[in-house]
Design a protein around this ligand. Structure first.
Ligand code: FPP
Length: 231
């Protein structure tokens, strides 16, 4: 969800105003995704690196998160959307953790629609946390070191219950991954758009999906094998 700061700066507004507008885009995009049949949507809302931003911006973002969770609970329930989080949420402020737990518990029974918030998330931190959890399982006799494979290791990532993304969209013209879902994106289609997040709308999401649908996903096979239906 990149470009909130630049959107605000272009208008002579404080950066937080851009994030505020960004929250409205979250609603627009999650509604549009559901209408389009996208069952999982993951938003990179706060990275492990974002703590180093000015204290005022960090506390403003935490406040917006709290506001968003309080405001969206009824809508998530009405639309049967389950909230998940990935990241070290245990380091978030206590009030945000409380709201997250409340919303997660209230939506835990839903299966069809899923909103995943990446909060205090970093792919390298995730890899280290998974390695530690895997090593603990080996030590405790729940895993065997010689059985270590991607399929087994995968179960120790924050995303164990969430399918790999098919499509990544990064807004605001930046063409980097920035420590986001680095292992899970191995075969994802990447789309970079110059549109700033506060201006990203349903038509932009549709355009990205149209572009995704034109691409051939080969997963290491040849085009001929894909056309012949090789699995
Ligand atoms: C990146 O734009 C955006 C963020 C670091 C924060 C995104 C958070 C929100 C939209 C609000 C809270 C989230 C939810 C789900 C309610 P930037 O600030 O890096 O923009 P810039 O590159 O233009 O400065």
């Amino acid at each position: 969800m990149d470009g909130n700061g630049r959107w605000a700066k272009q208008r002579g507004l404080p950066r937080l105003e851009g994030h505020r507008r960004g929250v409205e885009t979250v609603r627009t995009v999650t509604d549009a995704a559901r209408e389009m049949g996208i069952r999982y949507i993951t938003l990179y809302a706060f990275s492990v690196e974002n703590w180093r931003r000015p204290a005022e911006e960090v506390s403003g973002l935490m406040g917006l998160l709290d506001y968003f969770l309080k405001r969206e609970l009824d809508t998530l329930i009405k639309n049967k959307v389950r909230l998940h989080t990935i990241g070290r949420t245990e380091d978030l402020p206590a009030n945000v953790q409380r709201e997250l737990n409340r919303v997660k518990a209230a939506t835990a029974g839903f299966t069809e629609w899923n909103l995943v918030l990446a909060l205090n998330y970093g792919a390298r931190t995730e890899a280290a946390d998974a390695a530690r959890a895997y090593a603990t399982a080996v030590r405790d006799g729940r895993e065997k070191l010689e059985d270590c494979s991607w399929e087994r290791f995968n179960r120790y990532l924050y995303t164990a219950d969430i399918p790999e993304p098919d499509l990544l969209i990064r807004t605001s013209g930046e063409t980097r991954i920035s420590n986001f879902l680095m292992l899970q994106l191995a075969y994802a289609e990447l789309i970079f758009t110059p549109t700033l997040w506060p201006e990203f709308g349903k038509s932009d999401l549709q355009a990205a999906v149209d572009e995704y649908n034109k691409r051939e996903r080969r997963f290491g096979l040849t085009s001929e094998q894909i056309k012949a239906g090789t699995k």
